[in-house]
Design a protein around this ligand. Structure first.
Ligand SMILES: C[S@@+](CC[C@H](N)C(=O)[O-])C[C@H]1O[C@@H](n2cnc3c(N)ncnc32)[C@H](O)[C@@H]1O
Length: 204
């Protein structure tokens, strides 16, 4: 339990316990150069062309944080799991990046504001996504943007947020919410996938 509440376990997942093996999934650890390049290409297209302040919410082991830092951005990562954060800090040692432990629903960033709220595979774990999106919206500077990567995983007992739902939740908060479908790009996942995977992008 942290001061902010227990953010180590959400839903059915103990994230501290999951941390050690988390990067074994191709799209988590980005160890395969082709998978890594696929995510780097997407991020380059999604993030601003100039150095920006990126808030990576639920940063996990910091794989996307590292890509963003490699592309010249200043990264603040927030996660509830001390074990995930330990791996992220090691991965980005020497980079322009800080990592904070706290609740993804209310990142402990004080008065700091950001050019990008980057969130991959986290919103589905949070109980009230509409409220969380409004909170994240308040952390963006004018002209800032959301980069939200989500999906619906599994067929028997699927978990996740469908793109239509997330787009509808984001639409009132941005100028225009745009969906980029990611299921067809096997390079991102290290294999072909059939379930729904996507990014929703929106500027404020
Ligand atoms: C599926 S992982 C995604 C990690 C990373 N964004 C990535 O794409 O590789 C979900 C992450 O969100 C974090 N998380 C889940 N719920 C959280 C919460 N309420 N507060 C803080 N972190 C949370 C977990 O600790 C975990 O690191």
């Amino acid at each position: 339990m942290t001061d902010e509440g227990d953010t180590t376990t959400t839903g059915r997942v103990d994230w501290d316990a999951a941390a050690a093996a988390f990067d074994d999934e191709p799209d988590h650890g980005l160890r395969d150069p082709e998978v890594r390049a696929a995510w780097a290409d997407r991020l380059r297209a999604w993030l601003p062309g100039r150095p920006a302040d990126v808030l990576d919410v639920g940063c996990g082991t910091g794989s996307l944080s590292l890509l963003a830092a490699e592309q010249g951005h200043r990264v603040t990562g927030v996660d509830g799991s001390a074990h995930m954060l330990g791996l992220a800090r090691a991965k980005l040692a020497g980079r322009d990046a800080v990592f904070l432990r706290g609740d993804a629903a209310a990142p402990p960033v004080g008065e700091r504001r950001f050019d990008v709220v980057l969130v991959r595979h986290v919103l589905w774990t949070l109980p009230d996504p509409a409220r969380v999106l409004r909170h994240w919206r308040a952390l963006l500077r004018p002209g800032g943007r959301f980069v939200l990567v989500e999906g619906v995983w599994g067929t028997v007992d699927p978990v996740g947020v469908p793109a239509d739902r997330l787009t509808a939740l984001l639409a009132p908060l941005v100028d225009h919410a745009r969906v980029e479908r990611l299921s067809d790009d096997a390079r991102l996942w290290g294999r072909a996938v059939t379930d729904e995977r996507y990014a929703v992008l929106g500027a404020v």
